[in-house]
Write a protein that binds this ligand. Structure first.
Ligand SMILES: Nc1ncnc2c1ncn2[C@@H]1O[C@H](COP(=O)(O)OP(=O)(O)OP(=O)(O)O)[C@@H](O)[C@H]1O
Length: 242
């Protein structure tokens, strides 16, 4: 099987700026700017991972371990400081609710905008428009500006557009949590359907029962490093301290 995702020696460092008092800033200046007012933080440390086409992978780990940062690198919204990330086929993801949506536009216009960002042609969107709205259950609100949407409504429309792009690689971050239970179930069924069709799936979630149901492989991150990679059941057991 060919790789759908190839991550090679990826490093990502964030600069954390600390707010200091005027006095501290003055002392720092007076001392000839010695030392640093900011701190560096390595969120990803030499990460390498291959994900084959059709694999279903859960990125697991405690808060702040680097899961979302890694997913953002795979989706391409973040670039590594060093190392490379390669993907094959159309990538669609739900990383942050409403990312890629324009607040002052209606739901309808945002379907076109978001669909285009995710690589659909206008023709393709015309063809799938009714189905996108139907899946989202947004109904009469489709012509309302999305700034008036609730976070659940955002999620519904964003999820619906993303799955209608017919992605080869589907990325999902924790955000399903904002959907109500019936819609969450519908999303999970859809995700399982995509996995059943042989699409590649990468999921970030703290819902260990859920990821055990939809993913086969688990990758455990700790302080920006991969510390375990194996069957999801084994990784979940380690996380639960069993
Ligand atoms: N844009 C940023 N600037 C500075 N630090 C960041 C940025 N994005 C993430 N971080 C830091 O990188 C670390 C990893 O964050 P990340 O969101 O990847 O963790 P996570 O494993 O997804 O956590 P959680 O389970 O809490 O969602 C955290 O300490 C976070 O504060």
């Amino acid at each position: 099987m060919a790789n759908a995702i190839e991550v090679r020696n990826v490093n990502k460092r964030f600069v954390l700026r600390h707010t200091r008092s005027m006095k501290e800033a003055f002392v720092w200046l007076a001392k000839g700017r010695k030392g640093d007012l900011s701190e560096r933080f390595d969120a990803l440390k030499d990460i390498s991972i291959n994900i084959e086409q059709g694999e279903t992978v859960a990125l697991l780990g405690l808060n702040g371990s680097g899961k979302s940062t890694l997913l953002k690198h795979i989706s391409g919204v973040m670039r590594p400081d060093s190392g490379t990330v390669g993907t094959r086929g159309r990538v669609a993801g739900l990383i942050e609710v409403g990312a890629g949506f324009h607040h002052d536009l209606s739901g309808r216009d945002n379907v076109y905008l978001n669909g285009a960002i995710l690589g659909m042609t206008e023709e393709e969107i015309n063809e799938k428009f009714d189905s996108i709205v139907e899946f989202s259950e947004i109904g009469q609100f489709i012509d309302t500006e999305v700034k008036f949407y609730s976070s659940g409504m955002y999620l519904r429309l964003a999820f619906s557009v993303a799955v209608h792009t017919d992605p080869e690689v589907f990325l999902v971050d924790e955000i399903l949590a904002v959907g109500d239970e019936p819609f969450q179930k519908k999303c999970i069924d859809k995700i399982k359907e995509l996995a059943g069709e042989g699409k590649t799936l990468v999921v970030v979630s703290h819902d260990l029962d859920l990821v055990s149901r939809i993913c086969e492989r688990g990758v455990l991150l700790e302080h920006g490093q991969i510390v375990m990679d194996g069957p999801v059941g084994d990784v979940v057991a380690r996380l639960r301290g069993q």
